[in-house]
Design a protein around this ligand. Structure first.
Ligand SMILES: Nc1ncnc2c1ncn2[C@@H]1O[C@H](COP(=O)(O)OP(=O)(O)OP(=O)(O)O)[C@@H](O)[C@H]1O
Ligand SMILES: [Mg+2]
Length: 267
């Protein structure tokens, strides 16, 4: 369980990206964050592992307790929290295996990582690649892989951390619709098999409906919906996507149907 109490994020220019927000994420749940560009999805995700330090509020995690201001606990929390990014953040010139091994280095001191990692870490990395169906690409440079394969390497790198929490920020935004569905389905089944707590930001409402146990809708830095994905009615989607907003949002009337919502323009 992850508990956020009145977590907010403001910037020195006075802009408040996340208003005070209190949320609990149950162990093993798969939560999708929806909301227009600039709504605060990435900010919320990044506050959970302090990649963005919250301006106020507290974050606590089952088994560790309150994380605020405690470097040792925060390090443990980050070790067991895998981040998956839209652009994978892989090292192009490295093989798939070497990229996945990066998921293991949080277990070692900076000095120790200058030496080859023990065989056990290689085994964990190979098992992770196997789980995403890419064992046969282990020695391939990642820049020779397709976008979907690269994202699967990104997932394998996260799995190599042996995490309990997955934070995924638009993990399928750079992929075509069919590959997006395959990659998200893979991520969802792995999270369910391993009982991982997943919080995933998406722009695809149809994928949220298919995979989310719970949907949190954000608009203008605040939660405007929190509930079952089956409760995502057109009215609720309008609330999430149509609240007056400081950036251009595609009007509901211009969309063929909510099943066909495409990613909105990046900020
Ligand atoms: N360093 C910063 N200083 C000021 N404002 C910022 C800073 N970083 C982010 N913001 C603003 O915070 C708001 C929320 O950004 P965030 O990245 O969380 O949105 P998002 O919902 O993830 O959007 P997207 O769907 O485009 O990824 C945006 O309006 C953004 O411009
Ligand atoms: Mg974002």
């Amino acid at each position: 369980m992850i508990t956020l109490e009145q977590v907010s994020k403001g910037y020195p220019n006075g802009f408040v990206a996340l208003k005070p927000t209190s949320l609990c994420f149950e162990k093993g749940s798969f939560t999708v964050l929806l909301g227009p560009s600039g709504a605060g999805k990435s900010t919320l995700l990044r506050c959970i592992n302090f990649l963005n330090t919250p301006s106020s509020g507290t974050v606590s995690v089952e088994g560790l307790g309150l994380l605020n201001g405690n470097r040792v606990l925060l390090r443990s929390h980050r070790r067991r929290t895998a981040m998956i990014f839209q652009q994978h953040q892989l090292i192009d010139r490295y093989s798939a295996l070497d990229n996945v091994l990066i998921g293991r280095i949080g277990n070692y001191s900076a000095l120790r990582t200058l030496l080859p990692l023990p065989q056990r870490d290689h085994l964990i990395a190979l098992e992770s690649l196997d789980r995403v169906g890419l064992l046969h690409k282990a020695t391939e440079r990642v820049d020779n892989l397709s976008g979907g394969q690269q994202q699967r390497v990104g997932i394998a790198r996260g799995l190599a951390q042996q995490p309990t929490i997955i934070l995924a920020d638009e993990p399928v935004a750079s992929l075509d619709p069919a590959t997006s569905a395959q990659v998200l389905s893979l991520l969802h089944s792995i999270c369910k098999e391993d009982g991982l707590t997943a919080i995933v930001s998406l722009h695809q409402v149809d994928l949220a409906r298919t995979y989310a146990d719970r949907v949190i809708g954000l608009a203008n830095g605040e939660v405007v919906f929190d509930g079952d994905s089956q409760a995502l009615t057109p009215q609720i989607l309008e609330t999430i996507y149509h609240k007056p907003h400081n950036q251009a949002v595609q009007p509901l009337s211009s969309l063929p149907s909510w099943q066909a919502v495409q990613p909105l323009a990046e900020a």
